[in-house]
Design a protein around this ligand. Structure first.
Ligand SMILES: [Zn+2]
Ligand SMILES: [Zn+2]
Length: 97
């Protein structure tokens, strides 16, 4: 099977619509690919072209070598803080007293 190792990077912020930090952008990066071995049940057409079962079968019907596994190796969250019009910014607790 082919194993993809992925890093996930979340950008979060707060804004007038939602004072709780929430994701605005999520980026994923492939950090490593472990290639699978040859297909166990390839299909050969009359014209001699052979394709992997992973190219035409649904995931649960693919052979063990064609299946893809995704593992998340690292999740990073970066908080951008408040983004929005200044007059709508949440007032910090110590200043509201
Ligand atoms: Zn927002
Ligand atoms: Zn296969």
């Amino acid at each position: 099977m082919t194993i993809y190792a992925i890093e996930v990077f979340h950008l979060v912020h707060t804004c007038p619509a939602n004072p709780e930090p929430h994701p605005v952008d999520t980026r994923r990066r492939i950090v490593h690919v472990t290639p699978g071995r040859d297909c166990l049940t390839p299909k050969t057409f009359d014209n001699g072209v052979t394709i992997r079962c992973g190219d035409y079968n649904a995931y649960d019907q693919q052979c063990a070598n064609c299946r893809t596994i995704i593992t998340i190796t690292k999740v990073t969250t970066h908080d951008l803080g408040y983004q929005g019009p200044a007059h709508l910014a949440p007032v910090p607790a110590e200043e509201s007293a």
